[in-house]
Design a protein around this ligand. Sequence first.
Ligand code: ADP
Ligand code: MG
Length: 331
Amino acid sequence: MIFKKRPHLFILKGCGIFYFLIFILAGCSQGLSVKETRVLMDTLCEISCYSPDGNKAVRAIDEAFKEMQRIEKVFSKFDKNSELSKINKIAGLENIKVSEEAFRLTERAIYYSRISDGAFDVTVAPLMETWGFVRKHKSMPGEDDIKNALKSVGYKNIELDSKKLSIRFLNKDTKIDFGGIAKGYAIDRARDVLVSNGIRNGLVNLGGNIFALGNAPGKKNWKIGVQDPRNKSRLLYSFELTDMAISTSGNYERFFEIGGKRYSHIMNPLTGEPCQGIISVTVALDSAERADALSTAIFVMGEKNGLTLAKSIKDIKVLILKEDGKIISYP
Ligand code: ADP
Ligand code: MG
């Protein structure tokens, strides 16, 4: 079963190459299984559940999708009426009172920024804009454009007032981009909805970010295989997961090429340039949000600093695939 599908990204993001990275190894012939796929957050989302009661599973999946669609509406950077768009429009000028949900996600995004020394930075929005990832046609920005964008990038520009639940940007051009964390957050909420509907076993897969709930039918866990993006017939690694999430940040799905050079959609907030040197970072952890944020962070930090961060995080599993062909797994 192939699991990382983003065919429409070809059109929306102008991708040149498309690989399937993650697929499910375990069979799913036993028990009642229900599976549904919808387009969500710019990619495909597949939810599958295994339950003795098929109707219950159908209802649970529908509710889980509704919750994810709600989250997409709140945090979309493309919808000018989303709460995120309102924050980005106003917080550079004055304090804006936000929902508890937006406040807490911002707070946690700042936490990931802090523990990664700013490698993960939720204020990369001006850089994404400068490099053209918000538009259809990517372009090579000039040095001045990058310098200019960098002036407003920096999570320390976000001021939070937890009593008033308000956000203020210290720089008028600062903007938030939840692209490195929102999918993970949405998956965790979908998992909560499935669990509160009595579902014990299933998978939520949002563009290759997966939460593996319980176990595969007749198995002790879920086996998630990581394919070599350069050679699809080769299995690089396999993760055995129970109530764990897995997330991959990579430069092989969303990128653009100028003069034969590949530019990834993950920015180094220090240099203002797309990161280089790593093909992909896969992280397994107990929450999809943490796996999502930390796979992005480690991608930016690179092998040495990324592994130092990984070693400080309990129960993390990491697989780094480098452009020079080196494969590093931790622990
Ligand atoms: P994907 O969205 O393909 O799953 P990631 O989780 O790694 O991949 O997130 C990449 C997205 O995160 C980018 O499209 C952008 O919106 C945002 N982003 C880019 N660079 C950074 C960064 N250094 N820190 C935080 N978010 C980033
Ligand atoms: Mg991420």
